[in-house]
Design a protein around this ligand. Sequence first.
Ligand code: CA
Length: 417
Amino acid sequence: MTLIRSWLPAANDPACPFPLNNLPYGVVSAAGGAPRCGVAIGDRVLDAAALAAAGLVTVPAGTFDAPSWNAFMAHGPALWASFRAELTALLAEGSAQEAAVAPHLLPLADLQLHMPFAVTEYTDFYASKHHATNVGTMFRGAENALPPNWLSIPIGYNGRASSVVVSGTPVRRPWGQVKGPDEALPRFAPSARFDIELEMGCIVGRSSTGPVTVAGAEEMIFGYVLLNDWSARDIQAWEYQPLGPFQSKATATTISPWIVTAAALEPFRVPVPPRERETLPYLEEPKPGLYDIALEVGLAPEGGEETVIARTNYREMYFSAAQQLAHHTTSGCAMRTGDLLGSGTISGPQKDSRGSLLEMSWGGKEPLELPGGATRSFIADNDTLTLRGAARGDGYTIGFGEAAGKVLPALEDPYAG
Ligand code: CA
C-alpha cells in the first residue's frame, strides 16, 4: 500500500502520523468550545458534525450529536466503510469538494483532545509470551513461569471502565496493601513500585450476544488505541493470588486520543507466532490477526530530557485481539459497543524490548540508567511516561498520537485523622 495523496500538503509528508491512509477518529475542543467528534488529517482535524450538517457525508441523523464515537460505531461495519470512503474522496488530491470541505478543518495544534469514546466495559489480557515468562519467573521461579493453561487460553481479567483516561491526564501514585518487612503481614502505604504496561487497546464497535467465532470477532473490531495499564507491583504481589489483579490495576489506564481504525491497519497484518501446542479449533485464525506496529516507551523526569527506555512491536503478541474477543464470548458473555480490550503487556525477546519497568529492571535488581547518572527501577514522582506507536507503509506513517501521563506524588495518608 502506498500513500494516498491529499490536497492538504501536510498529510503527504511521509513522517506525518495522519495521512489520508489513516483518518483516525477523536474528540476535540477549541478554547472555550464544546467537545465534538473529529477526524485527524495532516495538521488539521475535520469537524465530523459540521461535515454531516453540510451534507458532505451521509450518516444517520444524530450520529455526531454526542462527543463520542459510540453512536457511529453502533451503526456497524457498512457505515464504517461508507463513511471512510466518503472522507477519502473528499480529501483526496483532485477532489472537486476542496472548497466545501476546507471551512470545516480546525488546526490540530489549537485543540484539546478528549476521550474518543465512552468506555462501556474494560477487560485486560495477558497475552505476550515474553512478558508472561518474565513476570512468571520473577513471581514464581523459572520452573513455574508459564502456567500449564497459558499456551492455550487468552488469560484476562475484568478491569474497570472507570479507570480509563485520555493521554495527558495526570496519574496519582496510589496507596494500598503491600507486604511488610517480614513478608507475611501487610502494611498500608503508597506504592513504591509503580509501573507502566505497554499495551494496545482494541475497541469493540459492534455488539454481540452468545459465542462469536474469530472471523466474527474480526467484524466486530472497530479500531485500536495505545494503552498504558498503570500497575502497582507491590500491591499486585500481595493481592494477586488467588483471584488475580485488583487494586494494583485500578488507579488509571491511559489511552491515546485517536482511534486508529482496523481499516487503516489492514495493510499491516501479520500472523501470530508459531504455536507450541495445537490451537483449539474455536481459536484458529482465518487470517493473520496481529499488526506490524512499532511501539516505544519514553521516560522524562521532571524538567529533564526524555529517554526512550523500550522499543517493541505489537506482532510480539501470542494471541490476537480477535482471538481474545472470540474467547471472551465463549461463556455467552455479551459484548457491547465501546468495550475496550487491553492486549496485555507487549514484551519482545530483548531486554530493551520489554514493556514494563518490572521486566526492564528485573524486579529492581538491574536499575535502568538515565542520562546524568539518574537510575530507575520503577517510576519516580513527577516522571512522565509516554507510549508511542506507528505502522510504517511505503511513503507514509499510521500514527496513534501519544499515550502520556505524569505520575504525581501520593497524597498524605487518605485515611489519617
Ligand atoms: Ca495489563
